[in-house]
Design a protein around this ligand. Sequence first.
Ligand code: FNR
Length: 193
Amino acid sequence: PPMDVLVLGASLRAGSLNARLAALVARLVQEAGATVHLAHMGEFVMPVYDGDIEAAEGLPPGALALSERLRLSDAVVIASPEYNASVPGGLKNAIDWVSRIRPQPFKDKHALLVSASPSLVGGNRGLWALRVPLEHLGTRVYPDMFSLAQAHEGFTDGGDLTDSGLHERLVEAVAAFLQLVEADTRYVCLRRR
Ligand code: FNR
């Protein structure tokens, strides 16, 4: 079966630059022959983590839905903004909820991190911060990351990147990531036989 890749936009707002980047990556993943599930954090509504809520009610439906989506995916691409040089609270909160589920869905999952920002840093510091909880959970975070600076001017009407050199770099990063995931998925299948 083709690989299943979840592409998750981590911003909630309708005009999100990261949602546009997520849509572009989803198209590239599809063109590479994988099955894509494009989603954004707004589909997974959950309260701020509270151990009392967890004790009384268990996991909120939004966290369970995100966990299930992760479980069904061979890999995840996260397109996240940078808030104050770090991970947006909503994304960190979702990671915290999901981390309570067993088997823990982020463990051994391959992840590619991308970001978009109108600034010159492109949200790259946020991605470095995002590596910390993900790697703590055993996620295989791809070494290369992609950050789109000045993203408000970064997309063509067709949804490609305006800078063709940068567009090519993204295409290559996605292809290399998928190749790694595919090789690893095949290896795991062989080992389980
Ligand atoms: C930001 N923004 C921002 N940008 C950046 O490059 N570095 C930063 O540290 C921050 N910090 C920050 C904090 C908060 C609270 C907000 C609301 C915004 C700007 C941010 O990159 C911009 O709003 C993006 O457009 C957000 O991503 P989406 O929603 O377009 O995907």
